[in-house]
Write a protein that binds this ligand. Sequence first.
Ligand code: PRX
Length: 655
Amino acid sequence: MSAQDTSMFDDLLQEKRAFDPPEEFTRNAVVRNDECYKRAQEDYEGYWEDEAKELKWFSPWKKVLDWSPPHARWFVDGKINISFNCLDRHLNTPRRNKAAIIWEGEDGEVKTITYLQLFREVCKFSNCLKKLGVRKGDIVAIYMPMLVESAIAMLACARIGAIHNVVFGGFSPDSLAERINDSKAKVVITADGGWRRGRVLGLKHNTDRAVEHCPSVEHVINVKRIPGESYLLNMEDGRDHWYHQLMYGTSDSCPAEELDSEDISFILYTSGTTGKPKGIVHSTGGYAVGAYSTNKYVFDLKEEDIFWCTADVGWITGHSYVVYGPLLCGATILMYEGAPDFPEKDRFWNMIAHHKVSVFYTAPTAIRAFMKWGDEYPAGHDLSSLRLLGSVGEPINPEAWIWYYTNIGKGRCPVVDTWWQTETGSIMISALPGVTTLKPGFAGPAMPGIDATVLDEKGNEVVQGSGLLAIRKPWPSMIRTIWGDDERYVQTYFSKWDNRTYFPGDGAKRDAAGNFMILGRVDDVLNVAGHRIGTMEIESALVDHPAVAEAAVVGKAHEIKGQAIVAFVSLKGSSKADIALLSELKEHVVEKIGALARPEDILITPDLPKTRSGKIMRRLLRDIAEGRALSDVTTLADPDVVADLRAEYEENYGA
Ligand code: PRX
């Protein structure tokens, strides 16, 4: 989608409804007035310094911010450990024996683990990693389902200063191998499998296939999740280890490493505009401050809350709002392994009622699916424990917002629509639930301490109308660089206008009160069911198939997923275009990347529309896929190509 394509946002622009925070909510909220905004505006560094002081540092920083654009260092020379702050920091408080994680398996199994227990498990696993030779600065890949052990693995890496690289369990062996090789991971932590809609996802099998091509991997640690002997695995002597066997008898004493604030805490790969995913590098101190502060302010977390963020740990939301942020706040997290519609479409509501979830954070794509499944599913459950709802990952249309507010929140719970990215580390734009008047479709104002604005291509501020979202000042949890490619970091994020203004790649609009409406990506990055995927990655997967000569991928609006993938493909001379080939091509993309990249439609075409200089005109392909009037075709080398394509697309897919 481009920032100019605001037609689908027309309903948003007409949206007049506004919702003030319920009085009772404000009375008890962490933030009750706009003081924090004022404080941050008057003394930006002082504001962040105060936030940082709420965490435990082994030694204090000498300087809050060292900004040599476009590189920032926060809390310079401060020494900290995020795992210590998530665990040890709570042990001398009444939280010691409070639930840190309540985990529910898809098969209904429930485990509760207290802060003290989690601390002990993390210490033990840290020692296991050390036994295998993992040291500070080493990379550990984590390819896991949603298990308590996934959080333990992340926190154990952080404890000893190893850098984790979590790879979403839905990625294919090829994608896993690419991420292991780019980061040169020494160890992979995986599980024999995880349950998804009653079936086992064979993660260890995928890992075996991946590590065949990964010379850096010395050890694979395998968590046993699937009961019984039936799930037999290939365990290679010397390389493969069972998690429970490593843990047995291991000491639970492991002091946390005193890390520099700027030491890398983790890498997380995300999609960009090239075929190669980028390893987003996050710091230790600044990241911890961002994750902590936003959890406290946006989710208003209290001692008695049960916070359920439905994201997978394979995404940044799972890092900042499943694991690190809530634990930094001393909250209780609910973690769920499986699908929202298994065994029935009321699974989430059943879990909210059962576990008495009070704060619930999910994605618009899920909300739209719930809407479609029917109001009767939530209506059949007692959702009165909820007090706050959140949304993340893509624009939420007012219809879905209102449905969420009415059917899940019963008109009692504020809905915070939070904008941020893998690169930002934590929430950048959001309502504060006790303060902000909510407007469906608007993500809200910039968070305190975040200098967001809307600029035009030339860098002029856009007061009215749409433009490009921009962040003018550094913030603690910002990306530090791209792993192994600092030049790409500078080019992608800090060269649109000048070298000090961050370009997130999203279009935006702002209202008179300073609320931002996010219009979606302005680059060749798609957002499919809340998952970020680059068109070039899918194109590379398609041209990898022997029959394909050339491919162009665009997104089209989709009722549930937000965007769906449409591919236009031209074949090599002798290849035959038939139904079998279409499904083979779709499967090929799944095999190369993962199910999240499966194209919705593929159109075989003799030619792709190109400019006279040979550039594929994706804009026209988007018009075709979305059934719009064709935009300017004057630069096309051969205008007939587009007319033919459109006729064919309409015939096949009825756009
Ligand atoms: O386009 C924006 C969209 O998701 C992108 C970031 O994707 P990712 O790095 O995978 O992180 C997703 C979870 C933080 C952004 O560039 N996006 C995220 N949140 C919103 C959003 N678009 C509109 N509204 C949001 N609340």
